[in-house]
Each structure stands twice: as C-alpha cells, then as structure tokens.
Design a protein. Structure first.
Length: 143
C-alpha cells in the first residue's frame, strides 16, 4: 500500500442540463477551472448510458449501451492528470423503471435527460497517471 496526503482545495456544485454528456462535462469543467486533481459524486437522470467493464484477460473494455429513462443512482470518481490533461476515472450505477440496476465504468455517451447534480472537490496536490504495462491501464503513481 502507498498513500499520499493531497489536501482539499475548492468545492463546486455543477448543474448539468438535458443532453449534456456526463463525462465530457466533468472533463471540460476540470480543464476550464484548472483542476488538476480531485473527486466528485453525481446523481440525476440519464436518457442514454454507455458503461464499461474492464476485461482483465483481454486488457480492454467491454461497452454496454442502454437506451431509455434511467435514474442516475450514483456516480463517483476522481480527477487526475495524464500527460498534462485531466483524466476522469468514475464508476456509475443507473436504475430502470423496475429498479434493475446497471453499473460499471463511466464512458463517453452518458447523456443527461432531466438534470445532473455534481459535487466536485478539488485536491491541493496533483495525482499523476501513467500506463501500467501489466494491465494496459493508466494507474495513479505514488512515489
């Protein structure tokens, strides 16, 4: 195990509008507000979902696409830096009208239907990601 104190900086509330892409909006917000690292939570409603499941044996994501009206039950993630740009790593859980849930990695293409409510907390210190050859994933490096 490795750990590093990162401190707490600014805190933001972000209201997403219909048709906003959840991942793109958070990435753009981080870029526009010079947020190098942080974490966030989100709730709301989704009309189109793209969720990923990392297949370790293949070292690639399987994409699951869902259409319809869904509650955004939970989305939690972090913001780090990869090659000087923000990289968002988040997991999402959505529920359909029958209460069935679907979850996995947040991928581009999750579109807001009614609203998205994001609370974002900036970290004072930057966390950097680098590709780990063993898994072919960009993982946080703590030195």
């Amino acid at each position: 195990m490795k750990a590093r104190e990162i401190g707490i900086g600014r805190m933001f509330f972000i209201k997403l509008e219909p048709s906003d892409d959840l991942l793109e909006a958070i990435t753009m917000f981080a870029e526009n507000h010079s947020i190098k690292s942080g974490f966030f939570t989100a709730i709301g409603a989704i009309k189109h979902a793209k969720i990923g499941y990392y297949q370790l044996n293949l070292k690639e994501y399987k994409t699951i696409s869902l259409e319809g009206d869904f509650e955004l039950v939970s989305c939690i993630g972090n913001i780090t830096q990869k090659e000087g740009s923000p990289l968002i790593h988040a997991h999402i859980v959505i529920a359909d009208a029958n209460g069935h849930t679907y979850g996995g990695h947040l991928l581009p293409g999750c579109r807001i239907s009614v609203t998205g409510e994001v609370f974002l907390i900036e970290a004072k210190n930057t966390l950097i990601r680098e590709v780990e050859d063993k898994f072919k994933l960009s993982l946080i490096k703590i030195k």
